[in-house]
Write a protein that binds this ligand. Structure first.
Ligand code: C5P
Length: 227
């Protein structure tokens, strides 16, 4: 069997990463969570106060990009790579609401995208990769053999995200999570550089009414047909 590139794109909290991780483990492929990369850059810029509520110092962000070093370190127990920002494990911190609220602004900056897209293309160049994000099938790997575009209703997505955050013990309100999901969808799909959209040759996959196992089995079958 041949090793292919699998691109999984879609709106916020559609469950892309859950399926992508499982698919990568099953096929023994590398999994790359590109959202984690945008989140880590955002966290770095927040710590240096170049971005905060109502403020974005684009020039400072661009100037400091060379000081941001990212890598994934595989965690045997969990079965996926944790995000390291300048050698610090930030896997947990990048999921906080504070970061979710700023990430789409930072992700809209072309220089940020260029740096991360270059790194993503490098990580996937030997194929055998499952990458999830917003622009994988359109920009990062337009030649990917398999492109999935995940969708689910806004309410379903906000509820899943809320349950996930609550389950981790975060103090969040449902309304706040719903607003964040809507805001990010809007910003991600209306930005000028690489807006979120479905690639013409992508398979649209609505998982509003599917359980995790059902989703996984369906996508695995689609993938196996390509391999
Ligand atoms: O996938 P996740 O929800 O963690 O992504 C966080 C944010 O990072 C998105 O809302 C989007 O602004 C940005 N992103 C992006 N391009 C990608 C992946 C994520 O712009 N390929």
């Amino acid at each position: 069997s041949k090793r292919i590139t699998i691109a999984i794109d879609g709106f916020s909290s559609t469950g892309k990463s859950t399926v992508a991780k499982r698919l990568a483990n099953e096929l023994e492929y590398v999994y790359v969570d590109t959202g984690a990369m945008y989140r880590a850059v955002t966290l770095y810029m927040m710590r240096n106060i170049f971005v905060s509520e109502g403020n974005l110092d684009k020039e400072a962000i661009i100037r400091h990009l060379p000081f941001v070093s990212l890598r994934f370190e595989y965690d045997e127990e969990l079965g996926y790579g944790h995000m390291f920002l300048n050698n610090e494990n930030v896997e947990k911190e990048i999921r906080y609401m504070e970061v979710s609220e700023q990430v789409s602004k930072v992700s809209a900056i072309p220089q940020v995208r260029k740096m991360l897209v270059d790194q993503q293309q490098e990580m996937g160049k030997s194929k055998g990769v499952v990458m999830d994000g917003r622009d994988i099938g359109t920009v990062v790997f337009p030649d990917a053999e398999l492109k999935i575009f995940m969708t689910a209703s806004t309410e379903t997505r906000a509820q899943r995200r809320y349950d996930e955050l609550k389950g981790r013990g975060d103090e969040v309100k449902f309304e706040e999570v719903l607003k964040n999901v809507k805001d990010r969808d809007f910003m991600d799909s209306t930005r000028e550089d690489s807006p979120l959209r479905m690639a013409d040759d992508a398979v649209e996959f609505d998982n509003s009414d599917l359980g995790l196992d059902e989703q996984f089995e369906k996508i695995l079958k689609i993938a196996k047909d390509k391999i």
